[in-house]
Ligand binder design. Sequence first.
Ligand SMILES: Cc1cc2nc3c(=O)[nH]c(=O)nc-3n(C[C@H](O)[C@H](O)[C@H](O)COP(=O)(O)OP(=O)(O)OC[C@H]3O[C@@H](n4cnc5c(N)ncnc54)[C@H](O)[C@@H]3O)c2cc1C
Length: 244
Amino acid sequence: MATQWYFGEVSSTDFIAPNTKLIRLTLPSEVDFQFTAGQFITLDLPVGEKRLNRWKSYSIANAPTDENYLELCVSKIEDGLGSTYLVDTLNVGDTLKFKGPEGTFILGDDNPNEIIMICTGTGVVPFRSILMDKLNRNQFNQKIHLIFGTRNKENILFQQDFESIKAKFPSFDYTIVLSRESDWEGAKGHVHNVYMEKYATKTEQRQFYLCGWSKMIDEAVVNIFLKLGYSRNQIIFELYGNNN
Ligand SMILES: Cc1cc2nc3c(=O)[nH]c(=O)nc-3n(C[C@H](O)[C@H](O)[C@H](O)COP(=O)(O)OP(=O)(O)OC[C@H]3O[C@@H](n4cnc5c(N)ncnc54)[C@H](O)[C@@H]3O)c2cc1C
């Protein structure tokens, strides 16, 4: 079957942290684009001829219950062709071509497990979609702990959204871990310290969802699987790429 491509118009593009933008794509009203929270789309960007350069995937940041628009959250990577285009060049009114949705990094409603979400930087994006979707549908009957790591306060993403879920649902826990902030009373260091301590006692009813770049994911898999002794099928991850 031929790939179906869609076109969305950029209706807003805002810095939500230094080098990180939230981009809203509005879809034509006749387009019925359905996705499951946690999935991603692939953009065909005007950044050269090679498919490898042009086709870049981005997790969808908003909930599927939001009608006719998609949000993407993109961090500019030094010398990165696609992310530099999206953060520095793209304007309101521009059109983006994309295909999808794709991906199996989703959380079914009937998942009986306690969920530990571990991410750094834009790795938080699919979790934002999943959690906003649960919030919109009042579906917080399982224990979920989001552990988000970044360097300093200015790089914290979607904090208000997660704080408001935490205030409403006692089953949801949220920990921000900062690695390079001196003025911070919360957790310091890396995401790994938090789950290694809190989830050191193994149980079968627990799943770890990891999202981000290879450095963090590789380390987390080693920690959870080899050091803490959880089974391999208790670890589910979405890999953004290799930054080792
Ligand atoms: C399923 C999926 C979902 C994704 N979702 C998102 C998302 O929601 N938001 C987002 O910003 N990105 C996301 N990405 C990553 C995105 O697809 C691009 O790879 C990213 O934007 C870089 O593309 P680029 O063209 O700018 O860089 P390229 O020109 O492709 O260069 C990127 C390369 O730079 C290297 N690199 C150097 N420094 C770093 C660093 N600090 N971090 C990472 N890589 C580094 C890596 O080797 C990487 O391969 C996702 C990737 C996948 C596969």
